[in-house]
Structure formats: C-alpha cells, structure tokens
Design a protein around this ligand. Structure first.
Ligand SMILES: *Cc1c(COP(=O)(O)O)cnc(C)c1O
Length: 369
C-alpha cells in the first residue's frame, strides 16, 4: 500500500455491525469485563488503538504510542532511561524539549548538547554512560540537516538508542527508522494535526524491545495520553497529510527562492536551496524539503518586527504545520538565553494560494526597505 492509501484506510478499527465508514468516537472511559476486552481508557481506547496502528504503518515501525503532546512523548523517552544516563542531543534541539531536559531532568540525566551536523562531534561527546542519541532534522528553527544514517551507524557501534524527532519532515518526506533510528518522535500538534487545533505527540519504534516496553508502561501508567476525540481528529487529519505536505513543500520552495533574491533579506535557511549547507544530505535522505523556512531580515530585530507587522496572511503566532501560514521572530519567543539570531523569522508556509503569499511577503518587505 502506498502512503496516500494507508493514510486514508489505516486509521479505522470498525467493529460496529452497522458498518459506519468512519470509526465512531468511543467516549466511554471504561469497558465491561470480558475475555480480551479493553479495561480503562488511560490504558487503551479504540480511537487510540486506531491512531497508533496508523502511526506504526506511516513510519514503517512495529508499534506506536500516542501522547497528549510532543513534549510528553519526549519526556517519556527521558523517563525510560536509567537514572544518571548520558544523553547527546543537538545544540539547536527544539527549544521546548531542551528546556524540559535542562530544567526538569538536570539532576537525573547527564546532558551534552552539540552540533550534530558534524559526525565528529558525536564521537567526541561519547562517554561510558552515554545511552541515548537524540536527532532532530531538519532542526528548529535553523533548518540544520543531520545525516541520520551516519549518526545511527556510530550510535549503534556504541550501543546507543537513537531517537529522531521527525516533526518537520513527516513520514511523507523522511523515514528515520529506515535510515537506522530506533524510535521516531513526532509533535502531532504540527503537520499531523495540520489545522492548529490539536495538541498531541507520538513515538514509533522499530523494535518491540524492553526499552519500548518501558515506554508503553510509562504511557499507560503515567497517563499523558490523548483523548478519544483528539485521536479521532488526528486520524481524520492524517488522511490528507501527503497532499498537504506536497503543497507546503511547493510553497516553501518558491517562497525561499523569492526571499533569497530580495534585497531586504540577509540570508534564507531552507534545505531545498542549493546553497544550504545541508542540501546534499537532505537530498539523500528526504524526498521533499518540507514547509518550514527561516530567514534573516537585513537590519535588526526591529526591522524583522516591522516586516511581521506589515503582513496580512502570515499570522504572528507560535507553532507550525497548519494550513494557515504562521511566522514569528523566534528569539523573542525563546527568551534572553537563546542563540537564535535576533533578526530571524521562522515561517510555516501554509496552503493559501501561492500568489497571495508572495504578494503579501513582497509588499511587507518593500515597506521596510
Ligand atoms: C512543537 C515541537 C515539539 C513539541 O511538541 P508539542 O506538541 O508542542 O509538545 C517537538 N519537536 C519539534 C520539532 C516541534 O516543532
């Protein structure tokens, strides 16, 4: 089955004798005792089962676990590690997950953040207690590209578990499990949900091993699980994921090229541009370059803020992956400790008509120059 087909047919577990085409939402928190039945919705629910089955197929894994947010999914991985384990993670790891590690896990895990676009950095950071390598590619918000295959090869030689945050690429464009990763992580809040109205997260594993059992145990007993309604909404949204991703990537590619040539723009970060330092690796491990780009506005943060306030269709808001275009000046959101350039704008390019988006961006930039 091709991706588009399984996205439409995979998220259905229909047991009703009236054969509804769409699986109903099972709101009941508890289930009558009988042989093999579900017991309680924190542990499992028909809508979550459907979603997890769909996620497993999408990432070509053996099992999936759905969570109430992307960070809850990440947290579960960190909790599943033995106390005192050493983690190697990218220096520009998604801000919220880095904050979780630094604030909440600082006394429980040993942390090293490094630039994983250079494999030598991974080798340099290895310690006897290193247990986990965290990969994120393309990264947020600099769109840095890490070579999943090479990193996983070194990780494997050193008995590390590798987890890859695949939120930006989605399985439409990149399959980390096929490139050697053990577990894929997603913020379903982004492209999976796709309409800026669901919070969710997911983990998908290549192997059903003891580490995975520990993750599922934390999911079911910790209870950071999505509601039946959110699981239903995600299955609904994922049906159009492939088509949305193709549209996002097409629009982002054209907008990146446009910005690249604009005199008010200092630099554009988009892996589809041939001058992007990760373009070659991205071309080898992705079948599309995704819908997120960022760019530096000439001048400083005030000029970037002016561009943002001049725009009509690009909403100034956090988050990404929805059908509507969103953008923000990341440094302002990430706070005083951020290493993100102050004049960087991250754009989640939406599915509005491309002409409208280009016209809007052009007029906003022209008003500043
Ligand atoms: C948003 C995001 C997360 C966190 O997900 P939430 O659903 O917001 O908890 C993790 N990684 C990346 C790359 C993200 O964009």
């Amino acid at each position: 089955m091709k991706f588009e087909t399984l996205a439409i047919h995979g998220g259905n577990l229909i047991t009703d004798s009236q054969k509804p085409v769409i699986q109903p939402i099972t709101l009941s928190t508890t289930f009558g005792h009988q042989e093999g039945s579900l017991i309680y919705t924190r542990a499992n629910n028909p809508n979550r089962m459907a979603l997890e089955q769909l996620l497993t197929q999408m990432e070509m894994g053996t099992a999936a676990a759905a969570f109430s947010s992307g960070n809850a999914a990440g947290m579960t991985v960190f909790q599943a590690l033995p106390l005192g384990s050493h983690i190697i993670a990218p220096a520009d790891m998604y801000h919220g997950l880095k904050k979780l590690l630094v604030d909440v896990f600082k006394d429980k895990l040993e942390l090293t953040f490094t630039d994983l676009t250079d494999i030598e950095n991974l080798k340099k950071c290895l310690q006897p207690n290193t247990k986990l390598l965290w990969i994120e590619t393309p990264s947020n918000p600099l769109l840095k590209i890490s070579d999943i295959k090479s990193l996983c090869t070194v990780a494997k030689e050193n008995d590390l578990i590798t987890v890859c945050d695949n939120t930006f690429a989605t399985p439409v464009f990149q399959n980390p499990l096929k490139l050697g990763a053990d577990i894929v992580m997603h913020s379903s809040t982004k492209y999976f949900g796709g309409h800026s109205d669901i919070l969710g997260g997911a983990l998908i594993t290549k192997q059903n091993n003891s580490f995975w059992e520990q993750i599922v145990n934390i999911q079911k007993t910790g209870g950071a699980v999505p509601s039946p309604f959110d699981c239903y909404l995600l299955c609904r949204s994922i049906k159009t994921l492939a088509y949305r991703m193709k549209g996002h990537a097409e629009h982002a590619g054209v907008l990146a090229t446009f910005l690249d040539q604009h005199k008010q723009v200092e630099r554009v970060f988009y892996p589809g541009l041939t001058h992007h330092p990760g373009h070659e690796v991205a071309s080898s491990q992705m079948s599309g370059f995704g819908g997120i780009l960022s760019f530096l506005v000439k001048g400083g943060p005030d000029d970037a803020d002016k561009v943002i306030s001049n725009l009509k269709y690009f909403n100034n808001a956090t988050s990404l992956g929805g059908v509507e275009s969103l953008l923000e000046r990341r440094a302002a959101v990430e706070g005083p400790d951020t290493k993100t350039p102050q004049n960087l704008i991250r754009v989640s390019v939406g599915l509005e008509h491309l002409d409208d988006l280009l016209e809007d961006m052009e007029s906003a930039l022209d008003k500043v120059s």
